[in-house]
Design a protein around this ligand. Structure first.
Ligand code: FAD
Length: 472
């Protein structure tokens, strides 16, 4: 006999645990099924350990620049990469422990195993059967590894095992320079690894704007050997790996595969839902309700591949958890898109990507951070910011950047976009001196100047609310 429950949640990651919090406001008759280790991808091998490694790398890199400021003795600094990785794991364990506390009190309602869906109300795990009013799918994603490369065994790394290494390799190739690949490639180079980065496109760090990406590539090429528009081929070579990519041929000890992630759907048997699946094996779902087709099934977090980021997984868990418990289902407005790559300079994207801009109705402005006053003081005056706005209303639509403190400027711009602010609104705000935000003002000003559409149109048309003409 199947056990009857109100809700089955599949996956105890960020999305699943966020859904659980909402579900528990209404019922204690649920089951949470999780395959693999507990603790969430974010805390165990995603956001948190990667940022801990990046922080260590940045501090070490900065320390080596102190000589020029008159600080003596830094030439004698030495790096113990095993100790760095132990430090990263200690921090990782701290974050994981915080998450485990949320599942360890669930008793029999916490089931460890791989869930298989048998129908819109039926789930099976290791011979246990559940009949559920609602199912929430939150099974996350895993790194993509091309099948032929698997023969390289432990010479191949992903973000799942990088942080488990006893020490860093001497020579490493990073294949794929999206957000995860780029930030790790730079951090490892800063920690003394001889890094070779390969990217099939001309876009790095999650950017879609080729102008910003070109700038970013030039900057990161100063720190490690970086090759774009190349397809890397791998083959075993002695104890290491030979990488061939275009005219490049290098031998390395290990390869970090950072080709993106694929939804964890195979084991779920989604065909049992009776809906057509797309080429990723995903059923149709509504991103504002997260309902799958018209079924009592919801899909949240990386598994739906809609916005595979931590804050979005938490939001989606919330939406799925709320809608699992209410009829009619509520439609939730999604937040303005925001993506950050924690490279130095930071890469960020706020609002709609450059690729979604239609040149006829959009104006673009930019700021160059070479020589930017505040950034120059800390030797960080590199990069550029591009801002996109509606050509008629001046409303801010999006921005892409590779600039110092881009993580903060990205937030300011995402918040402004969500508030439907115009370039004029942004120019009315105060800008303290000397700050990185002054660079943002330059970008907004140059964009605002593009709003002139004809001889009779003045810049004041877009900024006629400014209290004093010329203050923009
Ligand atoms: C290296 C790295 C760095 C990152 N950095 C950032 C960052 O800086 N900022 C950011 O916003 N995002 C970052 N991310 C992305 C972020 O970590 C993810 O978006 C987020 O963790 C996804 O959460 P989730 O709940 O969807 O999946 P997960 O946390 O992966 O949870 C899914 C769970 O489902 C389980 N499961 C899978 N299949 C089954 C099954 N059939 N039955 C039962 N259980 C199953 C899995 O074992 C897992 O425990 C990073 C990711 C990586 C890999």
């Amino acid at each position: 006999m199947p056990q009857r429950v109100d809700v089955v949640i599949i996956g105890a990651g960020t999305a699943g645990l966020s859904a659980l919090r909402q579900v528990r406001k209404h019922t204690e008759n649920f089951v949470l099924i999780n395959a693999g280790p507990y603790g969430t991808t974010c805390a165990r091998n995603g956001c948190m350990p990667s940022k801990a490694l990046i922080e260590a790398a940045n501090l070490y890199a900065q320390a080596r620049t102190l000589e020029a400021l008159g600080v003596r003795g830094t030439a004698n600094l030495a790096l113990d990469s095993g100790a760095v990785l132990s430090h990263v794991r200690a921090l990782r364990d701290h974050y994981v422990q915080g998450v485990l506390e949320r599942t360890c009190s669930l008793g029999e309602r916490n089931v460890h195993g791989t869930a298989r869906i048998l129908g819109p109300h039926a789930v099976e795990v290791d011979g246990l059967h559940y009949e559920s009013r609602v199912i929430i799918i939150a099974t996350g994603s895993r790194p993509v590894i091309p099948e032929p490369w698997r023969a390289l065994g432990d010479r191949l790394l992903t973000s799942d095992d990088l942080f488990e290494l006893p020490a860093l390799p001497s020579r490493l190739a990073v294949i794929g320079l999206g957000g995860v690949g780029l930030e790790l490639a730079q951090a490892l180079a800063r920690l003394g690894v001889e890094v070779y980065g390969f990217e099939a496109t001309g876009l790095v760090g999650g950017l879609t704007d080729p102008v910003v990406s070109e700038r970013a590539i030039a900057l990161f090429s100063r720190e490690f050997s970086l090759h774009t528009h190349v397809q890397a081929e791998l083959s075993a070579h002695g104890d290491g790996v030979q990488v061939e990519a275009g005219a490049q041929r290098v031998e390395v000890d290990k390869v970090l595969v950072a080709l993106g992630r694929t939804p964890n759907t195979e084991a779920l048997n989604l065909e049992a839902l009776g809906l057509a699946l797309d080429d990723k094996g995903l059923p149709p779902f509504n991103p504002e309700t997260l309902q799958v087709g018209g079924l009592p099934v919801f899909i949240a977090g990386d598994v739906n591949a809609y916005r595979p980021l931590l804050h979005e997984a938490a939001d989606e868990g919330y939406i799925a958890g709320c809608n699992a418990m209410c009829e009619p289902h509520q439609t939730f407005a999604r937040r303005t898109p925001l993506m950050i790559c924690f490279s130095t300079p930071n890469i960020a994207r706020a609002g709609a990507p450059f690729t979604a801009m239609h040149t006829n109705s959009v104006v673009t402005g930019a700021a160059d951070f070479d020589g930017q006053g505040r950034a120059l003081m800390s030797g960080r005056d590199h990069g550029c910011l591009r801002v996109y706005a509606d050509a008629t209303s001046g409303r801010l639509l999006g921005a892409e950047m590779c600039i110092p403190d881009g993580e903060h400027i990205g937030h300011l711009l995402a918040w402004s976009i969500q508030q439907c602010l115009t370039l004029c609104d942004l120019l009315e705000m105060p800008y303290y001196h000397p700050t990185i935000e002054e660079g943002l003002r330059t970008a907004v000003r140059t964009t605002s100047k593009q709003l002139d559409t004809g001889p009779s149109a003045s810049r004041g048309r877009a900024c006629d609310r400014l209290p004093v003409k010329g203050l923009d």
